[in-house]
Design a binder for this molecule. Structure first.
Ligand code: NAD
Ligand code: G3P
Length: 376
């Protein structure tokens, strides 16, 4: 793994080489990320202007290919209609071609596709590349849970930071103010380079040395968002929703600290923590689909609702609840995490939506959770 600063200073034909950025992914958030970055590469002399964006190719109802429509209109007509990306964003449907020259790789696809994408990228990227993951999700393998940033590092042999936060993409697309958190492992300079690449007057980014804490906040809040949507669908009111958010935050913290003792309490007060939890429980896609699920009494599956309501965009909360449940049952922790457990059981139809507040029989176990969280 080549240190980034060396690559920054690398000379090609006597010239200092500029950074080249590729965004791997072009969904709702992927397109907004490309827009943010493209506005900055035009201004920052240490970056090439062009931002390549890999597009998972699909054919639109008009018969046109999505990548061609993006390049023609300078707009992701399917996943972010009505927003100009910047003429320096170039959509590229060839994954290997899109990454080959980049030394800054931004991964932003639904998490379930990342294993396949990484497999295709082995041996295809520059040795000195640095990565950042904007992906909220994790994989569960035989050996245990694997965060997406670790998957990238292990499969591609490159360092990977993360960027998470209270970031509903459609709001940032129209330049409403929000914040985000970069999580980094060791080298502050790398984190600062990412902060520089993403920051705009309406997108305020700060960095913390806690990759796992930041990434687990972004991942686990999607499970709590499903719970919040169920509460909305059952019209249980604001107090219940606040209670679900509080219990959810506590489970997020305990789960993160049990998995990684390095996770910092302070991370939960950054944008990636409590702020993302709030925005996602108020206005996210997971909440919206879970509300419809509960209104239908759990009779229509999440897959069906996702396809109908999101038009190709993907939910992360239901699959994350399943992945979290696998970790909890494997480690004998189910009783310590009643909310995470119930969300999965409701989402697969094992329990009705109304079970979302059936905590009473589990209440004594909360004290165990408190002590586990404190201990770690
Ligand atoms: N949208 C948001 O507001 C938002 C905000 C912050 C973080 N995120 C996170 O960003 C990540 C990406 O979400 P998004 O909103 O950009 O995507 P999205 O849900 O809008 O779009 C789905 C994307 O998946 C692609 N796709 C479909 N099948 C595929 C396949 N087989 N292989 C590869 N790609 C395939 C589609 O082309 C599309 O680009 C997720 O982890 C999400 O949680 C999203
Ligand atoms: O729309 P959601 O539920 O995928 O959430 C979007 C973002 O993660 C909010 O920060």
């Amino acid at each position: 793994m080549a240190p980034f600063l060396e690559s920054q200073q690398m000379k090609v034909n006597g010239e200092t080489e500029k950074c080249r950025v590729t965004v791997v992914g072009s969904g709702n958030w992927g397109s907004v990320a490309a827009k943010l970055i493209a506005s900055n590469t035009l201004k920052l002399s240490s970056f090439h202007d062009e931002v390549r964006m890999w597009v998972f190719e699909e054919v639109l109802p008009s018969g046109e290919k999505l990548s061609e429509a993006i390049n023609k209109n300078n707009e992701n007509v399917k996943y972010l209609p009505g927003i100009k990306l910047g003429t320096n964003v170039v959509a590229d449907p060839d994954l290997e071609h899109a990454v080959q020259d980049a030394n800054m790789l931004v991964f932003v696809t639904p998490h379930q596709f990342m294993e396949g994408i990484c497999r295709r990228l082995v041996g295809m990227i520059r040795e000195d590349a640095q990565a950042i993951s904007l992906i909220k999700g994790m994989e569960v393998k035989m050996e245990g849970p694997c965060m997406i940033s670790s998957l990238i590092t292990e499969q591609l042999g490159i360092n990977c930071c993360v960027l998470m936060g209270a970031n509903i993409a459609n709001e940032i697309a129209v330049e409403k103010f929000s914040e985000a958190t970069v999580g980094y492992r060791e080298i502050r300079d790398i984190a600062e380079k990412w902060v520089q690449l993403f920051s705009t007057p309406y997108f305020m980014v700060s960095a913390v040395q806690d990759v796992e804490g930041v990434e687990l906040c972004g991942t686990l809040k999607n499970v709590v968002a499903i719970a919040a949507g169920i509460v909305d669908g059952l019209e249980m009111g604001n107090n219940t929703k606040a209670a679900i958010m509080r219990i959810g935050l506590r489970e997020m913290k305990a789960f993160s600290k049990l998995l990684f003792s390095s996770v910092k309490d302070s991370t939960f007060f950054e944008s990636c923590g409590v702020a993302d939890l709030i925005t996602t429980c108020l206005g996210g896609r997971n909440r919206k689909c879970a509300e419809a699920f509960a209104r239908n009494g759990g009779k229509r599956s999440f897959d069906e609702l996702e396809a109908e309501m999101l038009q190709g965009q993907k939910l992360q909360g239901v699959s994350t609840a399943k992945e979290v449940y696998e970790v909890l049952s494997h480690r004998g922790w189910l009783e310590l995490f009643p909310l995470f457990t119930i969300v999965h059981e409701i989402s697969i139809g094992r329990r009705p939506p109304s079970a979302i507040v059936e905590f009473s029989e589990l209440k004594p176990k909360f004290s165990i959770l408190e002590s586990a969280a404190q201990f770690y």
